[in-house]
Design a protein. Sequence first.
Length: 277
Amino acid sequence: MKIAYITDSTIVLPDALAQHPDIHIVPLYVVKGDQPYKDGIEVDAKTVYEWIDAGERVSTSQPAIGDFVTLYEKLKEEYDMGIAIHLSSDLSGTYSASVQGAEIAEFKLLAFDSRAGIYTMGLMFEELIERVERGDALEDVEAYMKKRVEDVRIELTLQNLTQMQKGGRISKSKALIGNMLQLKPVLRFEDGLIVPYQTVRTYKKAQAHLFEVLRAAIESGECQDVSIFHGNVPELAEEWKKQLGDTIPIRVDTLAPLLGAHTGSGSIGISYLKAKS
């Protein structure tokens, strides 16, 4: 049986999957004003952050169901079925659009809601493909993945609240007060949603908190492969990587434009899967 693997442009792929011939990535859209651009195809992260810093109105949009129909109609010609993993369904309708697109195209699809995104989704994708390609039964793979989503660890902080306010995530008054008082939320993925769990005075203290969270995870063995992601502050992320040493693989990634459009420049965070026991 020949299987296609499908995901979306919010993913950060591990290096081992970068050249996999059967992976197909469907782009979400970054919208400047009223003009949509395909993420990673018609616009890159650097350009999106330049728009944000210039004060442009930047928002995002999921792929249309028709985008998936077109893909799955094409994949039917070469593959017997597809296995998909997508951005948390609580943050985007991408997962639902993928499932509906497969139904319309009459393409057999096993789809997973990652309950996350970025590098954790990439690590889950890697584990999924590894299990399928070694011959595990699909029902066993499905059961494993449904448990594995509980091991997502993503935390981040923001330099300011302006972009979250522009995206409608918080009110204008809360953004104004928070920026004036230098209140920096520390956010994390929880049950598929990005939620605040702590508020810290000053950006530096918020950074320090996240850095210590990551250091503790590495030292305890909870974390074995991590991405430090950032919104247009690569120097800070690289400094973190340098300080943490090389006891485990640590990569530095630019936060996907689809998430960066809501968090803005200056955001920094950590993304990993809890080590399997």
